[in-house]
Design a binder for this molecule. Structure first.
Ligand code: ADP
Ligand code: MG
Length: 281
């Protein structure tokens, strides 16, 4: 610092930075200003460097908070997802979805169908993780757990508030829709949730059963129809009709070890259903 610069009351500056909620600047200003003095930075450069640092830290903290809130199953990432095991899903398509642009703003949905073990939960969680890293707010939940919570809220006459609280999530991942039990279906909380989010907030649903089987999940067929209608109005549907990934991996391990598979066979790509992924705009 030049000899005739006015002295700074560091303690007071700390308090002001606290008041202004600028914790990153509070932490780094002594280093940055020392360096700026030494290297002769213009004042504007110093101010910009401090501001950039604060905003980057703010983003980092927000992502960390969102990751903590999202309750994603651990270890399910796009890097660990073998796209060649699901030939009907293109990596490029999934990567595009992970930016969140163009669908999360308008509350469009994603629906993954397929038999157990095909990677629906893995892919859903991996997309959720990537979206959080791109700044979006996501919640992952088993559908039946959330239905249970919403039923409790309903009994306490607080269903509307509970659904409104979920509004802060740009994407709500409802894993395993088909596992909602009969007694849960008797109330219509899931329908109310879907209606409330319609065209405002996005939902990703995974299900072992096609729409035709969703009557179990809603109190009556008319409500099932209305729910499906709202969900698919703006939706991308992935049909993940592949054999269980775990079973296939086990078979591959066995055949590598020289033992023939005894309990299942690996289907060729041609044998696997190749239904095109549909987009309903
Ligand atoms: P689903 O939800 O369709 O029943 P999961 O996503 O739970 O299937 O997949 C079952 C297991 O297999 C998980 O441990 C998952 O990580 C793994 N798995 C499934 N598909 C893939 C894949 N394409 N690449 C890597 N791991 C996969
Ligand atoms: Mg699953």
């Amino acid at each position: 610092m030049s000899r005739n610069a006015p002295a700074i009351d560091a303690q007071r500056l700390s308090l002001i930075l606290n008041d202004l909620r600028l914790p990153a600047i509070k932490l780094i200003w002594p280093d940055f200003t020392t360096r700026a003095d030494k290297e002769g930075w213009p004042g504007a450069r110093l101010l910009a460097a401090l501001a950039e640092h604060e905003i980057a830290e703010r983003d980092r903290r927000r992502i960390e908070r969102h990751l903590g809130e999202a309750r994603l199953p651990p270890g399910k990432t796009l890097d660990s997802f073998a796209f060649d095991a699901v030939p009907m899903i293109s990596r490029a398509r999934v990567t595009a979805l992970c930016s969140g642009d163009g669908w999360l703003e308008k509350g469009a949905n994603l629906i993954f169908f397929g038999p157990p073990g095909g990677g629906k939960t893995h892919l859903a969680a991996a997309i959720g993780l990537a979206l959080i890293e791109n700044g979006w707010h996501v919640l992952f939940t088993r559908t039946s757990d959330l239905v249970q919570k919403l039923q409790v809220a309903r009994r306490e006459l607080a269903l509307e508030a509970a659904i409104a609280k979920l509004d802060k999530y740009h994407l709500l991942i409802l894993d395993d829709l088909a596992y909602v039990t009969k007694d849960q279906a008797e109330t219509s909380v899931l329908f109310e949730l879907i209606s409330a989010r319609y065209e405002r907030r996005s939902t990703l649903i995974t299900a072992n059963q096609p729409f035709g089987e969703w009557n179990r999940v809603f109190p009556d067929p008319a409500m099932t129809l209305a729910a499906v209608d709202r969900l698919v109005h703006h939706a991308t549907i992935f049909e993940m009709n592949v054999e269980s990934y775990r079973r296939r991996s086990a078979i591959q391990r066995q055949s590598r070890a020289g033992r023939p598979p005894t309990f299942a066979t690996i289907k060729s790509n041609e044998e696997m259903s190749r239904s095109d992924n549909r987009t309903c705009e």
